[in-house]
Design a protein around this ligand. Structure first.
Ligand SMILES: C[S@@+](CC[C@H](N)C(=O)[O-])C[C@H]1O[C@@H](n2cnc3c(N)ncnc32)[C@H](O)[C@@H]1O
Length: 239
């Protein structure tokens, strides 16, 4: 961990980390099932195998990596926040195939084509409206493509009626994500599936009514909003 990255203050990094798992309910059975479900669908949709070397950027507290670590050969997990890296190191201390790097996703410190699979889940750097409009999002996605020799996997909350209300975060629907991977990144064999809420058609029928109902149930928790949709997009550099 020799890189110095100072886009946020150390205190802010510490605060972001300290309540991360509880805010997202990763420390509950619900969180465990949700991440397991996302992981299983990611492995299936992206054909991830025991031979793959994987890079995850913006790995947070490692809840996704801990689920797929047994299905792959080597994993390098990165984050811009050193406290997040410390949490993953602690949680994954018995996993011998996980390595760590303190890394800014805008400039990934690996050579071209270093990994078979490069993935990210909910990296706000990519999805904030501001980063979409100033081109940072595409820059980060292209960095991911550069260091991959095959697959790029993007996991993101779906654009459901509920999630659309999150301020400042740009949410995509399935066809938008597909267009980004196919047209902007020029990847082939692009697939996008809905990982958590497997019946998106329900939203077309219930729309705002469903939204209000779920909001009533979850109060001011973001949990159900986040549960209500998750897209997994995968594309390949090879024809
Ligand atoms: C919303 S969290 C998601 C974490 C994890 N992927 C998950 O699904 O639980 C976003 C993560 O991206 C990291 N991050 C934000 N900006 C970054 C950047 N420029 N480079 C690398 N990581 C970044 C944050 O520190 C945080 O851990």
């Amino acid at each position: 961990m020799s890189l110095e990255i100072t886009s946020e203050s150390p205190d802010q990094y510490k605060r972001n980390t300290s309540n991360f798992d509880s805010t997202l309910r990763y420390d509950t059975d619900f969180g465990y099932s949700k991440m397991s479900s996302i992981c299983n669908k990611m492995i299936k949709n992206s054909n991830i195998t025991l031979n793959d070397n994987i890079l995850e950027i913006g790995g947070g507290t490692g809840e996704l990596i801990l689920k797929y670590a047994n299905y792959t050969r080597n994993i390098v997990v990165t984050d811009i926040n050193p406290y997040m890296i410390k949490v993953i190191q602690q949680k994954a201390r018995d996993n011998k195939n996980i390595f760590y790097a303190l890394t800014d996703a805008k400039k990934i410190p690996f050579k071209d084509n270093s990994f078979n699979v490069v993935l990210e889940r909910n990296l706000p750097l990519i999805y904030l409206d501001t980063f979409i409009s100033d081109g940072t999002a595409i820059k980060v996605l292209n960095e991911m493509k550069r260091v991959s020799n095959d697959k790029v996997v993007v996991i993101h909350q779906n654009n459901t009626p509920l999630q659309r209300k999150e301020a400042g975060v740009h949410l995509f629907n399935e066809s938008e994500l597909k267009t980004i991977l196919e047209d902007d990144l020029e990847l082939v064999n692009v697939k996008v599936i809905n990982a958590v809420f497997s019946n998106p058609f329900l939203y077309s029928f219930l729309e705002e009514a469903l939204s209000r109902e779920i909001e009533k149930i979850c109060g001011d928790s973001f949990l159900l909003k986040r549960f209500s949709g998750c897209l997994i997009a995968c594309g390949s550099k090879m024809g």
